[in-house]
Design a protein around this ligand. Structure first.
Ligand SMILES: C[S@@+](CC[C@H](N)C(=O)[O-])C[C@H]1O[C@@H](n2cnc3c(N)ncnc32)[C@H](O)[C@@H]1O
Length: 263
């Protein structure tokens, strides 16, 4: 990608992000960040964290959901109220369409099926359970001190975010501030679950490039420790060196679980 290109922040997503093309490119189970590896890795990690039922509570917030729901599938049955969110109107519209079973909504059945195979559940039950528990789809901006301004959300037991912060934050200071904002959404002792890309500077949706903040494991860990979070798991899936890097130049994907300190 051209080094002259400005970092594509939220406003660029609002104008140019094609939610349906994104879902098709990355989550149709036949293409993706790294064929099926990315998705399989992430779904397995999320399933391992949540399917024991060890983590549960009243409220779960997914920050920067895009048009997608995979990030909350394993967790959803353990939280009574779920908030999905994104900066871009189009993404929130696609989520609403799916929640309301509208005719031309995105098809998440293959991904529901994958999660259900891992967890021995029925896709129709899991889908109904998630739809029942999602209470809101809200606009958020992770660059704000309160990402949900002007709303103040009740403290969450769990915050999940997947592939959002490195796409939304143009530099490491903004990334650290955004993580601080996410941490403030959590109750003391609350759980932060993150999925992200390492070493990535761009990805493309169809032919349109979007910027990413190039991060390494140390950057992420330092940002979390700087906020006083304890890191419980940090899992990494290295990218396949042989893959075509014209769609995205990520070096690895990570999944982590961290906990906010108790007061
Ligand atoms: C790569 S997509 C990830 C979407 C989804 N979480 C996933 O895992 O597929 C990045 C998302 O970040 C959102 N985003 C960009 N800037 C943002 C901001 N300032 N605040 C919140 N979300 C933002 C975009 O609209 C987009 O949905």
């Amino acid at each position: 990608m051209s080094e002259c290109m400005n970092f594509t922040e939220g406003e660029f997503y609002q104008e140019h992000f094609d939610s349906r093309a994104y879902a098709k490119n990355f989550y149709s189970c036949s293409r993706g960040h790294s064929d099926e590896d990315f998705l399989t890795f992430v779904l397995r990690c999320l399933s391992r964290v949540f399917s024991t039922g060890e983590h549960r509570g009243q409220r779960l917030i997914d920050v920067g959901s895009g048009p997608s729901i995979y990030s909350v599938l394993s967790a959803c049955e353990y939280y009574d109220e779920i908030v999905l969110s994104d900066f871009a109107d189009n993404n929130r519209r696609e989520l609403e369409k799916w929640l309301k079973n509208q005719e031309d909504c995105l098809d998440w059945k293959p991904i529901l099926q994958c999660v259900c195979e891992l967890e021995g559940k029925r896709p129709s039950d899991l889908e109904a359970s998630l739809k029942h528990r999602v209470k809101n789809v809200l606009k958020c901006d992770v660059r704000l001190e309160n990402p949900f301004y002007p709303h103040t959300l009740e403290p969450a037991d769990c915050v999940i975010t997947s592939l959002c912060l490195e796409a939304a934050c143009k530099d490491i200071q903004t990334y650290r501030r955004a993580l601080h904002g996410l941490t403030k959404l959590l109750r003391p002792d609350g759980l932060l679950v993150m999925v992200g890309a390492l070493g990535e500077t761009f990805y493309k949706v169809d032919e349109r490039p979007f910027s990413c903040l190039k991060l390494n494991q140390y950057d992420v860990e330092e940002a979390l420790r700087g906020l006083g979070l304890s890191i419980h798991e940090f899992n990494i899936l290295p990218g396949d060196d042989q893959r075509n890097k014209s769609v995205s130049d990520f070096e690895a994907v990570f999944h982590l679980v961290a906990r906010k300190p108790s007061d």
